[in-house]
Design a protein around this ligand. Structure first.
Ligand code: UDP
Ligand code: MG
Length: 307
């Protein structure tokens, strides 16, 4: 039996790119001879994107369309596509041709030949604007410093994965899914290909600075057990600092005739600060646990099971 493939294509104001994108996808699917489903998610476009993809669907039953009621962001569009996919393989890529469809065949073949679950594409050098380059560099540095799973720099959501990964992704009930982190978090066998990221074919990036900040916060805080731990350790350290300070206060009261009133002030400050930091540490531990329970991720993921 032929295997099946879903292609998830989020689009936000891509009227000028969709048709070229579509042609390239068609030639890819012809080349590998597969049952495919092309899932367009119109993420609240204000241009003619929806009209164009509706027209494409008229002549092609392999196309599925989803239209959001407003702009919810690329991650939500990807999430909708993942929920819709049921295929053996799933591909996610941008529709502005910055993720060149020409590479899909190579990614697909690599996934099968090397018996992998995931193949992602990593930008080699990018001719992105300096601003984007710097902000993305800062993001990866902070993310990898704070978070226990590591994500390789310059990866994107240009990726192909098999049904095992799809099934797991569907079961996640994340509020703000950050797939770039979630997919490596799942485990499984992954490898990458390198590519030069071209400029957008047409139009402008749908990612405003505000969206980028919200996205980075989502990413970091949805994997944030480390920052939580930092506050816990900090509270222990601070308790120790204030404890030492009160010892010093008492010491100077008896041995170094301190200014009257100084010792009592130091003792009061230290005592209350110790309590406050201790309680903050406790609370941060509890919040960390509640956070972990509320994002509902499984404690483990099984690759194979033999009874
Ligand atoms: N996109 C989306 N919703 C948004 C912003 C972008 O669905 O709010 C889509 C967009 O149409 C494109 C992909 O996500 O297919 C990547 O977006 P963009 O090219 O704007 O991001 P950049 O390449 O600048 O990171
Ligand atoms: Mg782009």
């Amino acid at each position: 039996m032929k295997s099946s493939l879903s292609i998830i294509a989020p689009c936000y104001n891509e009227e000028k790119n969709i048709e070229v994108f579509y042609k390239k996808i068609l030639s890819f699917t012809k080349e590998i001879d597969i049952n495919y489903k092309l899932i367009f998610i119109d993420d609240g476009s204000t241009d003619f994107t929806w009209k164009i993809i509706k027209n494409l669907k008229k002549n092609n039953d392999n196309i599925s369309l989803i239209k959001f009621s407003r702009n919810f962001g690329q991650m939500s569009a990807i999430q909708a596509g993942i929920q819709k996919s049921e295929s053996d393989y799933t591909i996610i890529l941008d529709t502005d041709l910055q993720d060149p469809p020409e590479l899909l065949k190579h990614m697909y073949d690599k996934n099968i030949k090397e018996n992998l679950n995931i193949v992602y594409a990593q930008r080699k050098s990018s001719n992105e604007k300096p601003f984007k380059k710097i902000t993305s560099k800062i993001f990866y540095k902070i993310f990898n410093l704070l978070v226990e799973i590591k994500i390789p720099e310059r990866t994107s959501n240009f990726i192909i994965f098999d049904k095992k990964v799809l099934t797991q992704l569907k079961q996640l009930s994340e509020q703000n899914p950050f797939y770039m982190g979630l997919i490596p978090w799942l485990g499984f066998k992954a490898d990458k290909i390198l590519f030069d990221r071209p400029n957008r074919l047409d139009g402008s990036s749908g990612w405003t600075l505000k969206k980028m900040i919200v996205y980075s916060m989502d990413a970091i805080f949805s994997f944030s057990s480390h920052p939580m731990r930092i506050s816990f350790y900090l509270s222990i350290l601070m308790s120790f600092v204030f404890f030492s300070l009160s010892i010093y206060g008492i010491y100077s009261y008896f041995l170094k005739d301190a200014v009257p009133g100084w010792t009592s002030i130091i003792l009061i400050i230290s005592f209350f600060n110790m309590i406050i930091f201790f309680i903050l540490g406790l609370i941060s531990e509890y919040v960390g646990r509640i956070f972990k329970a509320s994002n509902n991720r499984p404690n483990f993921i099984i690759d194979e099971q033999i009874d």
